[in-house]
Design a protein around this ligand. Structure first.
Ligand code: GDP
Length: 307
């Protein structure tokens, strides 16, 4: 069986990650996760993408909200607000416990990788969830309303400001997670999950040495843009503001030189003809668990063409 690295951001990528985890065991599949949208808030270290992936893999994600943890209550954040505290970043009670635990592990000298391993194992996840780096990298969004830390842009301002550029503060000094580098050295292929190319995948690609480790391996990406729109989140809005066509073909172009194959949704069958990179067309809209597993199967089958 092949050894795979799946690169993912939060919610979109995590859907495919769950599908892949149903087909490949922990000896065959490792996840690399964006940490550039991590932030420190209320004295806690919050890792939104790691948490979205963790909740998805544990099948504990909140399907009603589309983010956060299942069966959530909100007593903490409501009480905090009643005391005059900040409540713009909605933290559920169960979610809070995870952030407290991570923060405590980090404060007692554990790395983010170790803290993540402790939490994922406690939640019954057997696959390795590797932060892209143990060093801090923080996305700053340059907008028409000034430079905003990512979560202020994303949550507080609801992605309203117009994007001009992205900056990944700390990226030059951040070391690629050594566990990730070690897995890549023995890995057979790489999947870039349907995540936001600009703020979820690009920070990882910009870590020193990462692209060089990907170069000898077959890499396949799945489009997060379907019919010119993002299923969720600001990817299409960002493309528009950056004067990039909002299409799957434009995502393929964004990854040119890096990927060997691209997967587009059935909706974009016509658009796929413009793509120079070898592509397949399939259903990429993941609503059910079966959708996630089917796309994972299609992706693994496609990857075999490059091995
Ligand atoms: P975030 O960090 O939580 O925003 O999550 P990601 O960066 O991993 O994913 C965001 C992207 O996932 C968006 O551009 C969505 O369009 C895409 N996405 C969400 N659900 C799906 C899906 O079912 N299929 C595909 N192809 N893309 C999806």
């Amino acid at each position: 069986m092949p050894k795979i690295l799946a690169i993912t951001g939060g919610i979109g990528g995590a859907k495919l990650a769950l599908g892949l985890s149903q087909l490949l065991g922990p000896e065959q599949l490792v996840f690399a996760v964006n940490t550039a949208d991590d932030f420190e808030h209320l004295g806690l270290h919050i890792s939104p993408d790691i948490d979205s992936l963790t909740y998805a893999l544990a099948q504990q994600n909140n399907q009603d909200l589309g983010w956060g943890r299942q069966g959530e209550t909100w007593q903490f954040i409501e009480t905090l607000a009643s005391l005059g505290g900040e409540d713009w970043f909605r933290l559920g009670d169960k979610d809070m416990a995870l952030h407290v635990r991570r923060t405590q592990l980090l404060a007692s000298g554990h790395s983010l990788t170790q803290a993540t391993q402790s939490i994922t194992q406690a939640m019954g996840i057997t696959h390795r969830v590797l932060p892209m780096s143990d060093d801090p990298v923080r996305t700053l969004v340059h907008t028409d309303q000034g430079v905003l830390p990512f979560q202020e842009y994303f949550v507080k301002q609801r992605c309203q400001p117009k994007v001009i550029d992205f900056e990944f503060q700390g990226i030059e000094d951040a070391q690629l997670n050594p566990a990730l580098a070690a897995w890549l050295a023995q890995c057979d292929a790489v999947i870039i999950c349907p995540s936001n190319p600009y703020v979820s995948v690009d920070p990882m690609l910009q870590l020193a040495g990462f692209k060089a480790l990907l170069a000898p391996l077959p890499v396949v990406a799945i489009s997060p843009i379907i019919g010119g729109l993002a299923i969720k989140g600001p990817a299409a809005k960002m493309m528009q503001e950056l004067n990039v066509p909002t299409s799957a073909a434009a995502v393929a172009k964004h990854y040119e030189g890096l990927i060997d194959g691209f997967i587009v949704d059935k909706t974009d069958e016509n658009d796929s003809k413009q793509i120079k990179i070898p592509s397949i067309v399939t259903n990429t809209i993941m609503v059910t668990l079966q959708d996630r597993v089917s796309l994972a199967e299609d992706t693994l089958r496609f990857l075999r063409e490059f091995s």
